[in-house]
Design a protein around this ligand. Structure first.
Ligand code: UD1
Length: 427
């Protein structure tokens, strides 16, 4: 198995360019299947989740061309087919095939999704939305069969009991070609939702209100091909911002939308880091001592759960006690034991990490149990002066394009070693 060897203790310095957003990419790709013509998606991140989607599309008979950072998708020749487990299980966002196939064929037979183990991750809100639009849903041996009772979904008014990114996008996809108007109330407001609505509207859909908590979708008969450029990945950007602060570095994070990172920027300033926002880049200048703070995650525009684990690492370096509470996922704390191995003082209490900051971290052998736990651990490795060996890279590969290359550009002493090769295979 591959691992990262990090000789930490060097301040990160220089410029890092942020890739397209993972959470947009995995929704835009299935959305593209709805067009009666080719859709070109640009600024795609070269990450494992996108590679898996690429394989899934080919398996389903779509015509796909995947070059550099763009993909041309033509779903016209696709046929409805059973998509049981296999690749579906490797990907949380394979659930977007439910909404996309329902809109395209009036039916979907797709296995339940996989993804990071962050505690219970139900899909009841997705199902509730499809049922409200007139679908029958059956879960047999882990395969969801979802069928529009009248052949085509009907518009409906749907209130989401919890703010859910996945359910909001899935209902938007399904509603884009439904008969009549769908209103999604208490919708999630994440920038990736706006990105998906933008693509669908450019394909000829009629979606209003994406980015607010009420989205109105007037179904249309046909959608057409178009070109679309993905927004920058705010979570990748946030990870490098935190890494810059944790190493007392000076990093210009470019190709970002600073507005998407306001909650993190505010927290970094609160602990004492210097953060400067420009048009499409953010500069973070660290310092050698930080104030402790509390952080609570919440849906956008609140502090993202996907940066909860990375900021926990940073707060282990701050003086005094901090509490990081995850209001979205109750068990997203598997990085905590690993951080303790590295000398940090923190414990889990309920859905919070309680941190006694200020301990000096040491290098250790640690394992990433999920994607953002991996981010928390490579940041810790970069911040300590010892050597860290980080395993579990299959999780990190799901979400960080060319991680080793980007960190090396910032002056980090990091290599990827494995049985097959000694350098990062990342493209
Ligand atoms: C998306 C992101 C993920 C991020 C998460 C929260 C993608 C591919 N992934 O995941 O990176 O961490 O948003 O910002 O975009 N819930 C239910 N029932 C449902 C759906 C969700 O109870 O049917 C709960 C979840 O367990 C969670 C909360 O609602 O506690 C929010 O989850 P949701 O926004 O749906 O997360 P995902 O879309 O899966």
């Amino acid at each position: 198995m591959d691992k990262l060897i990090i000789n930490g203790g060097k301040p990160l310095a220089g410029t890092v360019t942020i890739s397209g957003a993972k959470n947009s990419a995995v929704a835009l790709i299935p959305a593209a299947l709805l067009a009666d013509g080719p859709v070109v998606i640009e600024n795609l991140p070269r990450i494992q989740d996108v590679d898996i989607y690429h394989e899934l599309l080919r398996e389903m008979g779509a015509d796909v061309l995947f070059e550099e950072d763009w993909m041309e998708i033509d779903g016209r020749l696709m046929k409805l087919m059973l998509m049981p487990n296999g690749r579906i299980k490797k990907l949380r966002a394979s659930y977007y095939l439910w909404g996309a196939l329902l809109a395209k064929f009036g039916e979907a037979q797709v296995g339940l999704p996989g993804g990071c183990d962050l505690g219970p991750r139900p899909v009841d809100l997705h199902i509730k939305g499809f049922e409200a639009m007139g679908a029958e849903v059956e879960n047999k041996n882990g395969v969801m069969t979802i069928r529009a009772k009248r052949g085509r979904l009907q518009g409906a008014r749907i209130y989401l009991d919890l703010v859910s990114v996945g359910a909001t996008i899935n209902i938007m996809l399904a509603a884009s070609k439904a008969d009549g108007v769908t209103i999604i109330e208490n919708a999630a407001r994440e920038p990736e939702i706006v990105d998906v609505a933008t693509l669908l509207n450019n394909m000829g859909a009629n979606i209003k209100g994406a980015g607010t908590d009420v989205i109105r979708v007037q179904g249309v008969e046909r959608l057409r091909g178009c070109r679309h450029t993905i927004i920058p990945d705010r979570i990748e950007a946030g990870t490098y911002m935190i890494a810059a602060a944790a190493t007392n570095g000076n990093v210009l994070v470019e190709n970002v939308i600073p507005k998407h990172l306001e909650s993190l920027t505010a927290k970094l300033r609160e602990i004492g880091a210097q953060v400067m926002e420009m048009d499409d880049c953010i500069q973070v200048m660290g310092r050698d001592s930080y104030r402790s703070i509390d952080v609570k995650t919440s849906p956008y525009p609140g502090f993202p759960t996907d940066l909860q684990q990375p900021i926990t690492t940073l707060l282990t370096l701050a003086k005094g006690s901090s509490i990081v509470t995850d209001n979205i996922y109750s068990s997203r704390f598997r990085h905590v034991d690993e951080l303790r191995r590295m000398g940090a003082t923190l414990k889990v209490e309920g859905r919070s990490a309680v941190i006694e900051g200020g301990s000096k971290l040491n290098g250790a052998k640690v394992v990433a149990s999920d994607l953002r736990a991996g981010a928390a651990l490579f940041i810790a490795g970069l911040a300590t002066s010892g050597t860290t060996e980080l395993e579990g890279l299959e999780h990190i590969d799901r979400g960080y394009e060319n991680l080793v290359g980007k960190l090396q550009t910032l002056g980090a002493d990091v290599i990827r070693v494995g049985l097959q090769h000694t350098e990062s295979p990342q493209r």
